[in-house]
Design a protein around this ligand. Sequence first.
Ligand code: G3H
Length: 547
Amino acid sequence: MQLETKLRPETKIAAIFPDEDSIPKEFQLPFPIHQTEYLINGELRHWEGPKQEAFSSIFVETADGLVPKLIGSFPLLTEKESLAALDAAVVAYDKGRGHWPTMSVGGRIEHIQDFTYRMKEKKQEVVNLLMWEIGKSFPDSEKEFDRTIAYIEDTIDALKNLDRTNSRFVIEQGIIGQIRRAPLGVTLCLGPANYPLNETFTTLIPALIMGNTVVLKPPRPGVILYRPLLEAFRDAFPEGVVNTVYGNGREVTPPLMSSGKVDALAFIGSSRAASSLKKLHPRPHRLRSILGLEAKNPGIILPDADLDLAIKECILGTLSYNGQRCTALKILFVHHHVVDIFLERFSEAIANLKFGMPWEKSVMVTPLPELDKPKYFTELVEDANHYGARVVNEGGGTVNQTFFYPAVLYPVTSQMRVYREEQFGPVIPVVPFDDIAVPIQYICDSDYGQQVSIFGRDTDTIANLVDPLVNQVSRVNLNSQCQRGPDTFPFTGRKDSAEGTLSVVDALRAFSIRTLVAAKATEINKAMLTTIVREHKSNFLSTDFIL
Ligand code: G3H
């Protein structure tokens, strides 16, 4: 019998990237997509100016050595085109008088359904591009697409529900009123590179369905996967309702904000970028911001934790999509009594994780979409080493181009950068503690307040932790990793982690404002309202019940 010898991670990492021939046929990129089109006012315009090449996080072995795979290119638009996109959205909104914002809810739902139908036809193309652009595993890329479709469908159902509740008049203190939610105006949607499709759509779709018009700037990386959807945007929506902008964010985004014509900013990214964008608006009180920002979610492993479960959840929490999730567990506090065994078994679990190319079956750790990221992670590791921590797992921190093998750092202290910085990747700091006050104080002092995970079994201890922690973060997870879903649950954060709440239902509120028509219940008013409703003279004053 031949004994299987396990390769050291370093050996496999050195040869991690494929040559063209070993990429399975079904995942090959047919040809680079050199995109020249951008969507403004219902028209796909052609760009003759400079373009930005888009490279994959995946390198390919060639006769000249390793080179990043070229996915294609996209237009580097300028301030002029960006402002043209904004103007198209402003005209389509027409200060609330446009066709889209005054359309019936049922009418807008039909447009979104039409878009969804067209989008589903592009699934294969979009998923493959998603995998190539950001190195997300194929099943996770597929999941991102399917979750987005489910989000759209759930949003339609939620709006129908909302509309059914609002399809009635109320009479209070002799006043008749009909209360509904109305759009805010022009929305600027800026999504993140880690969920370029899903998270962008969790703001885009509610913004649209509530009657706002949109300027959409897809994230970089993540631009090319929007190319297959451009015709669907053009054909499913009236002109000017969806407009796209590409290019250098620092060039094309600030003019939009400083124009004062953006009414809602939907941004998923860093708090620093969000603050500088918000500050550009000349009338900040007119701007509604819906922001998903950074986080440093801790996992707390108590001495009585079920370690099998804690390790399983901490692996998912720290390393799903290489730890590049805002909800990832970004620091682990482990009680002294169990820290040695935890580290041993956690390192073992990492050693058993499959790493490689995103199309490989059961792969968990894949190349990173930003070329400079491994350098940053190496700096974090070196800094932690300098202050006395070491990498405790075999091969941890090994780099090959865009690939960085997960590094577990122990013991991490407050002197180290990784203690506070949001690493957003596969570096896992572990802090030992004796007194639960240590992680609690960490959370209180943190600039972030998104979520926490607690692993333990003693009901008194857990209950005593829950009550203060719910006032520090926006979700306390018990014996479970941090996560956004289910998408019907409220997703938000405190401090520098978010502004506004997203969920299927909350997002409808976030992108709209309550507005009402009211009239004293006189005979004349009653007769007038009855006629308007009976003869379907208004989309707002209506008792139509959407089924
Ligand atoms: O990056 C932040 C995402 O909203 C996280 O979503 O917890 O479902 O991965 P997730």
